[in-house]
Write a protein that binds this ligand. Structure first.
Ligand SMILES: [Zn+2]
Ligand SMILES: [Zn+2]
Length: 256
């Protein structure tokens, strides 16, 4: 499929990788310099915390996703595959979430997405990359940000998933691809009942042949029912992606 609104550039070459390594080094040096010049305060408790926006103490108290179904990411005892995934395999080869979507992670993500606290992308991406590394079972060879529709992106001015994904790509030293587009605007999922969400986003995405043969990780900030990521995964698989993982900062546990 050829989609004219794509920037269909694939950044996967030795030169690109070398540039990424150089950028990561410069970034680390730049951050060290900033740490000395501009001490930051924690976004949650306002304590001084050096070069990051979340202090160690707050990070330790956030609701980490410790044991979860490896396929869909809902909390599960001893990280066993959950009942729902046993009955019907999800479209994801793996789902990895750094935290549960609960207080105060919800506050952080809302400040990031709607409150203009774009700098939070850095610590959020750090934690997501840490969670991916801790899982050891990711096979992703490319990262794709869950796209917004062009009109929603214009409204918001940025795509929160892209802001996180590009930093995670640097951390994980995996190329980032732009092979996915949102072709249909649909009402925000938050306004809909859980059951209506899959219908709302069906056919909302289109994927490019760039994804053919790749094992991709689609990055987003929050996974609620998983319907949006599933629709994106279906489009990616249709375009030839061999497997799709979902990497999210936070996962909402299903309603009791
Ligand atoms: Zn703090
Ligand atoms: Zn599951």
């Amino acid at each position: 499929m050829n989609l004219s609104n794509f920037h269909a550039a694939e950044f996967d070459s030795p030169r690109y990788r070398a540039a990424i390594r150089a950028l990561a080094m410069l970034r680390a040096r730049g951050l060290r310099w900033l740490q000395r010049a501009l001490p930051q305060s924690c976004a949650l408790c306002a304590a001084a915390c050096g070069n990051t926006l979340l202090c160690e103490q707050c990070l330790d108290t956030l609701p980490r996703m410790t044991t979860a179904c490896p396929l869909c990411g809902v909390p599960s005892i001893m990280s066993a595959i959950c009942g729902l995934c046993l009955v019907r395999a999800p479209p994801f080869a793996a789902t990895i979430a750094a935290w549960m979507y609960a207080f105060p992670v919800d506050q952080l993500l809302q400040a990031f997405k709607y409150g203009g606290a774009l700098a939070l992308a850095e610590p959020l991406a750090d934690e997501l990359a840490r969670a991916v590394r801790a899982r050891h079972d990711s096979r992703a060879d490319a990262i794709v940000a869950l796209p917004l529709s062009p009109s929603r992106q214009r409204q918001r001015g940025f795509n929160q998933a892209h802001e996180i994904a590009r930093r995670v790509a640097v951390h994980m030293r995996i190329p980032m691809l732009r092979g996915l587009a949102r072709i249909r605007d649909s009402p925000p999922q938050a306004t809909l009942a859980w059951k209506a969400r899959a219908d709302n986003v069906r056919h909302a995405f289109a994927a490019d042949a760039l994804l053919r043969g790749r094992h991709i990780a689609i990055v987003d900030d929050v996974m609620t029912t998983g319907a949006t990521l599933a629709a994106a995964a279906a489009a990616a698989r249709q375009a030839g992606a061999v497997a799709v993982e979902a990497w999210v900062v936070a996962r909402t546990p299903p309603p009791a």
